[in-house]
Design a protein around this ligand. Structure first.
Ligand code: DX5
Ligand code: ZN
Length: 221
């Protein structure tokens, strides 16, 4: 498995978004994570297609769009047209995961499902073949800079077993409170894709922090 680092622009300085994206790319980021919030599924409001399209013009890195919204299917076409490479929808907000994931794939994007800390893994066990990515939230979605929930580690461990057993190649992404102190245990548990907002953008040297996080994973023994 290779480590993927996906800086979340939620923690970036939007007055210089282009520079922030260029910094991520120069620092070796693998994906750019874009958090779309609607003020309904989560108690916070962020951005939509306009920002995806802006980031698309700034980088050739894959854009990993995390939809924290109700009725996510309303946005699939617009976000794909804006340049999303992958779209991850929440199981708690999407009762027709089979149809919705297939629609995301039809639009040429990687299809992901996110699970809140309180949502059990079996919310996705029937649709593993449609999954390109499983996002295990390690905070309650809605805000950056929250404290890592330690029992997400065991959930990742069980997610890895579940996907391996089903012969799935889906990525396991973790999001929330990922930092130097928490990334290695998530990697050891079986995650391969790491979203980080504050850990990168509030670091003394944000560009170098991307490599620092990657180095914390190292070789598993
Ligand atoms: C939280 C978002 C995250 C957020 C992570 O709802 O999904 O992507 O930006 O921020 P940090 O890494 O600061 O916890
Ligand atoms: Zn996110």
């Amino acid at each position: 498995m290779t480590v993927r680092i996906a800086p979340s622009i939620l923690a970036a300085d939007f007055a210089k978004l282009g520079d922030e994206i260029a910094m991520c790319e120069a620092g070796g980021a693998d994906w750019i994570h874009i958090d779309v919030m609607d003020g309904r599924f989560v108690p916070n409001l962020t951005y939509g297609a306009k920002v995806i399209e802006t980031v698309r013009r700034c980088t050739s890195l894959p854009l990993d769009v995390h939809l924290m919204v109700v009725e996510p299917e309303k946005f699939f076409e617009d976000f794909a047209a804006a340049g999303a490479s992958g779209m991850t929808i929440h199981a708690e907000a999407a009762p027709h995961l089979h149809r919705q994931l297939n629609r995301i794939r039809e639009l040429g994007c990687r299809a992901g499902v996110a699970l809140n800390p309180a949502t059990p893994l079996n919310a996705v066990c029937e649709i593993i073949p449609e999954l390109d990515l499983l996002l295990v939230m390690s905070v309650n979605p809605g805000f950056g800079g929250q404290e890592f929930i330690p029992y997400a580690v065991d959930k990742v461990r069980r997610a890895r077993l579940m996907l391996d057993e089903a012969d799935s190649q889906a990525a396991i992404e973790v999001d929330g409170g990922i930092a130097r102190e928490t990334i290695r245990e998530m990697w050891s548990a079986g995650a391969d894709t790491f979203v980080a907002g504050n850990a990168i953008f509030s670091a003394a040297n944000p560009k170098a922090e991307i490599g620092e996080l990657r180095d914390r994973c190292g070789v598993l023994v």
